[in-house]
Design a protein around this ligand. Structure first.
Ligand code: MAN
Length: 565
């Protein structure tokens, strides 16, 4: 079975201890492959066990095995593919064998540093590959006099120092990642609580609106009753005129009655005063009657204060005038007020004329007037008639306004609930971690621009020497992208990375609207490492953040995001 190179590399560490006690391995063989080189007489090709060759053919600088396993220490089989097997048609001679290397490369022991594999084509090529082979063993043949000294001590020391730094940084990054997860979880909980609160606020607001609706109904009904009771006019003035007319008539009737009673009382008083003054003249003072004498004295006192009031003709004329009905006097012209319209509508005119015209002509004229009026309204020459504004009482207006603000409040709460619920549904990445970074901005100076990235919001290109900025896109989704990286063995490999995608930025002259792909890499800080314009107005940013470092997740810390559920 053929192992993929990555698995072979993983197997290397575990196999090294076990193999160390076995017999010496041929040049270039890593400890994990030592078992294939135990037989000192015959060598069996690793991936093609049917092919056996004498052991002396191992590392004889001639490629015998189709998988190159007989040449672990030379470049004789370097022409074979490392990763992708060739198709049958591509194979030289089409022999039906699988021409893929069985070994990951030439094994460098690198004592004092870490062992590593160097690709076979770099063996004895006259170049010291210190990155993979710090002990210089890849140039063992000293081709053209090349002698590579062993630098593993210093390279190893430097590497350990860097590795220690890297580990420290990774520990710090994971701590930051945990903090982000805690923060994201807290924010999500806050939204959940807010949704619950909004739910009860909405219920309260709905009840309030219902109450306000019925208040408005009641007030409107009361208003209608007043108008109905007055029964005549179409508006408030008519209603008021009806009520006032009734009241004035009541008062007038009362005045007439009271005047009648006054006149009766006045004539009786006059009669009485005449009786008493005759009595005073005719009584006999010599007749010693104490009761009569007292009555005469009282009469004299009464008469001294002046006798009963004589009629005032001027006032009586006024009262006569008031007592007359309005249509007989110069009083209020009720007919005018009762027929008064609250708003003057031009179309009234046509209805007055209409009485003298044939109905077909009336409807033709009606249509014409309406269309001319609407043209004049659209042109702003005539103002639109305000709907019932003049007929509505203050109480109705207040009740209507209260209902309107209650409805607005309810609408506002429902919008908030919709937004918060939608936010909860959004993808904020693994553990919802990007919720904690949303809106955080980082920037990088590059040439004439300062590039800006605000997590999950936007990317911008700001002119460094003043001037404005260019939107490079608004956040649309969390996606992924494949990038090529060099691994420790110096090979180029494809790695999948989280990418934040920003689209619909400012339009590019003669091109698309600007867009940016922000590729994320694990790092202690949120930092833009590089910004590039890959195509005209299509940008990419390489950004480090602790949010994408592997590990640090603790299921108790953060709630799961929607895509994990
Ligand atoms: C500006 C910048 C550039 C872009 C050009 C396109 O100068 O946004 O990045 O290439 O416009 O016209």
């Amino acid at each position: 079975m053929r192992l993929p190179p990555s698995l072979i590399l993983l197997a290397a560490a575990g196999a090294s201890a076990r193999a160390s006690s076995d017999k010496p391995r041929p040049r270039g063989v890593g400890p994990e492959f030592a078992k294939f080189y135990q037989d000192t007489d015959t060598f069996t090709c690793i991936s093609n066990p049917a092919i056996q060759i004498p052991f002396s053919a191992v590392n004889d600088d001639f490629c015998d095995c189709p998988d190159g396993s007989d040449e672990p220490g030379t470049a004789a089989c370097a022409h074979l593919s490392r990763n992708s097997p060739l198709t049958v048609a591509e194979r030289p001679g089409n022999d039906g064998l699988d021409l893929v290397l069985a070994l990951p490369g030439f094994y460098c022991k690198n004592k004092g540093h870490r062992p590593s594999y160097v690709p076979f084509n770099r063996i004895n090529d006259g170049i010291c590959d210190y990155e993979q082979c710090c002990d210089g063993s890849d140039e063992w043949a000293r081709v053209g006099g090349t002698k590579c000294e062993d630098r593993c001590k210093e390279i190893g020391k430097q590497w350990r120092k860097q590795e220690e730094k890297r580990q420290k940084s990774m520990t710090a990054a994971l701590k930051k990642k945990k903090d982000l997860l805690v923060d994201a979880g807290r924010q999500q909980k806050e939204i959940e609580n807010h949704i619950v609160l909004l739910g009860s606020e909405i219920k309260g607001a709905e009840a309030k609106v219902k109450g306000l609706e019925s208040s408005l109904k009641t007030v409107e009904e009361q208003e209608r009753k007043v108008v109905r009771t007055s029964g005549k006019g179409k508006g408030k003035v008519n209603a008021l005129a009806g009520i006032a007319k009734g009241r004035v008539n009541e008062l007038r009737d009362a005045l007439v009655e009271v005047r009648q009673q006054r006149d009766e009382a006045r004539s009786r008083l006059k009669e009485l005063e005449e009786v008493l003054s005759k009595f005073k003249v005719e009584y006999n003072p010599n007749f010693n009657d104490e009761g009569v004498k007292r009555a005469v004295r009282s009469w004299e006192d009464y008469a001294a204060r002046g006798l009963g009031e004589v009629s005032n003709s001027a006032r009586d004329r006024d009262l006569d005038e008031i007592a007359k009905a309005d249509d007989e006097s110069s009083g209020v012209n009720w007919e005018h007020w009762e027929k008064e319209e609250d708003g003057c509508v031009e179309s009234d005119l046509i209805y007055k004329i209409a009485a003298y015209l044939p109905p077909s002509l009336v409807s033709f004229l009606e249509d014409k007037i309406l269309s001319v009026r609407s043209i004049l309204e659209i042109g702003g020459i005539l103002s639109k008639p305000e709907e019932d504004s003049t007929t509505e009482s203050k109480a109705v207006t207040e009740a209507r306004n209260a209902l309107k603000s209650g409805e607005d409040e309810l609408k506002d709460l429902k919008n908030k609930l919709r937004d918060q619920t939608a936010d909860l549904e959004k993808d904020y990445g693994h553990g919802g971690i990007f919720r904690a970074l949303k809106g955080q901005c980082i920037s990088q100076d590059a040439g004439e621009y300062t590039y800006e990235h605000c997590f999950l919001e936007s990317t911008k290109q700001n002119q460094r020497k003043g001037g404005g900025f260019m939107s490079m896109g608004k956040f649309v989704r969390i996606g992924s992208t494949t990038v090529e990286e060099t691994n420790e063995a110096g090979e180029i490999i494809s790695v999948e990375k989280v990418a934040l995608e920003y689209e619909r930025g400012q339009s590019c002259w003669n091109g698309p609207s600007r867009s940016t792909k922000v590729v994320l890499e694990c790092g202690e800080e949120n930092e833009i490492l590089k910004t590039a314009e890959d195509e005209k107005c299509v940008y990419s940013m390489l950004v480090t953040t602790p949010a994408v470092c592997a590990g640090g997740e603790d299921d108790n810390v953060a709630p799961r995001s929607k895509d994990e559920l």
